[in-house]
Design a binder for this molecule. Structure first.
Ligand code: MTE
Ligand code: MO
Length: 416
């Protein structure tokens, strides 16, 4: 049986009940527990046993588990309300298994590849003492966020809106490390390697090894980070070291980072090739899947926004206006405007939109709407970037892997 996602609040990590309410257990299981009267007090039936590697133990219980092999967990839009995403509300996207153990004392970052003058290795202490640390808020959005909105349906985790976060990351600039190592002018791309294990358990099978062009790697905000929101990075998010690259598909932000290769060609690691994190070069008819050679790598993510308040389904009185808020972001660009509509896009009202804390951070927006008569409404939000590009109101260009759906977020509101 699949572990129930709300277990963490009821059970401690050893799997014993914090309270001994059999009524709660029975309702979670959806079936009466036979011989319940013979269960030792605080004993947990096997169906509920929490594996120690279960990352849900540390998560908000309203996050939605899309898959537990590997762990893929999304944040409902209303739980993205914080300006800076707290760890307990951060989505999880793993391609393999979370490392079973971390050897902190011997953790090393190696920089190698065709385009380094000579490979060099740093301990965590080296990284923390040799270079100046920086802190940035960075949007980390899964390339597949929004996949559930594509028709025909595409394979993969059916993310709705919540495969995105913006936390505060602290570490050193990759460009400072690379200046210390010395790279040659043949450098084209970087590729990361992390310590996670393939789902098969085979240590020789790579899980994921992606990267970005050298120009993106050398931006100020590209961090080799050891802290998130002022604390150690949580294990599930890449402890003890992570590459964090804002604005691009989150698959370039390698967790459990131990090596970065400086390549003299486009990196060809696991999930760089084939159709992974790629879209067709030419727009295709929905449902058509062209050959691999007709795909290109996704770079900057498109302009997007989310409504984080209210939660969809709100009932609100006619007598009061309704305050709305959320975030907007635009990959490598800045969101310049945010508009809301309560009439299915017939008219739009401009929202207040704040500047980002730093480049590649998401931006807070707020608006107040009044409703003309009682009844059912949808509230839509649409961001526009600094190049004048807006979010589509309906499904954007379909693609076989279901990436980069940046359609407007909509919520339902009942005015009574
Ligand atoms: N080592 C490693 N890094 C990884 C992944 C992974 O499976 N292994 N998944 C990537 C993908 S596809 C995403 S969307 C983000 C998710 O980051 P999060 O789980 O911290 O939210 O991590 C990226 N970095
Ligand atoms: Mo992803």
């Amino acid at each position: 049986m699949k572990t129930n996602q709300s277990n963490s609040s009821l059970f401690n990590r050893r799997g014993f009940l914090k309270t001994s309410s059999l009524a709660t257990l029975t309702s979670l299981l959806g079936t009466p527990i036979a011989f319940a009267d013979r269960l030792p007090k605080h004993y947990l039936p096997l169906a509920f046993r929490l594996d120690d590697a279960n990352p849900m133990a540390t998560k908000n219980k309203n996050l939605v588990v899309l898959n537990d092999k590997p762990w893929n967990v999304e944040t409902p839009a209303y739980l993205l309300d914080d300006d800076v995403t707290p760890a307990e509300k951060m989505f999880i996207r793993n391609n393999g298994q979370i490392p079973a153990s971390i050897d902190l004392a011997n953790w090393k970052l190696t920089i190698n590849g065709e385009s380094v003058k000579a490979p060099k290795t740093y301990s965590l202490a080296d990284l923390k003492t040799k270079f100046k640390p920086y802190t940035y808020q960075l949007v980390v959005e899964c390339g597949g966020n929004g996949r559930a909105g594509y028709f025909p349906k595409t394979a993969g985790n059916q993310w709705t809106e919540g495969g995105v976060s913006c936390a505060e990351w602290t570490g050193v600039r990759l460009k400072d490390i690379l200046a210390d190592v010395g790279i040659t002018d043949t450098a084209v791309y970087i590729g990361y390697y992390g310590q996670d294990l393939h789902l098969s358990g085979d240590p020789n099978q790579p899980v994921i090894s992606r990267g970005v062009p050298i120009a993106k790697a050398l931006e100020d905000e590209t961090l080799v980070a050891w802290a998130m929101n002022g604390k150690d990075i949580p294990l599930v998010h890449g402890y003890p070291l992570r590459l964090v690259i804002g604005g691009w598909p989150a698959s370039v932000s390698g967790k459990w980072l131990h090596t970065i290769a400086i390549r003299n060609k486009v990196h060809d690691g696991a999930k760089m090739t084939g159709k992974s994190y790629r879209v067709p070069i030419h727009p295709v008819v929905p449902g058509v899947d062209p050959p691999d050679s007709d795909f290109k790598i996704i770079e900057s993510m498109p302009v997007k926004s989310v409504i984080t308040f209210p939660q969809t389904g709100l009932e609100t009185p006619m007598s009061k206006s309704l305050a709305l808020r959320g975030h907007a972001w635009a990959g490598d660009r800045v969101a310049k405007e945010l508009h809301v509509s309560i009439d299915f896009g017939e008219t739009w009202q401009r929202a207040d939109l704040k500047a980002p804390k730093n480049r590649l951070a998401w931006q807070q927006w707020s608006a107040e709407v009044t409703f003309p008569i009682q009844g059912y409404y949808e509230v839509w939000a649409r961001a526009t970037d600094d190049k004048g590009v807006s979010q589509p109101m309906v499904m954007p260009q379909w693609n076989p892997e279901g990436y980069i759906n940046n359609a407007c977020h909509r919520i339902a509101v009942k005015v009574v």
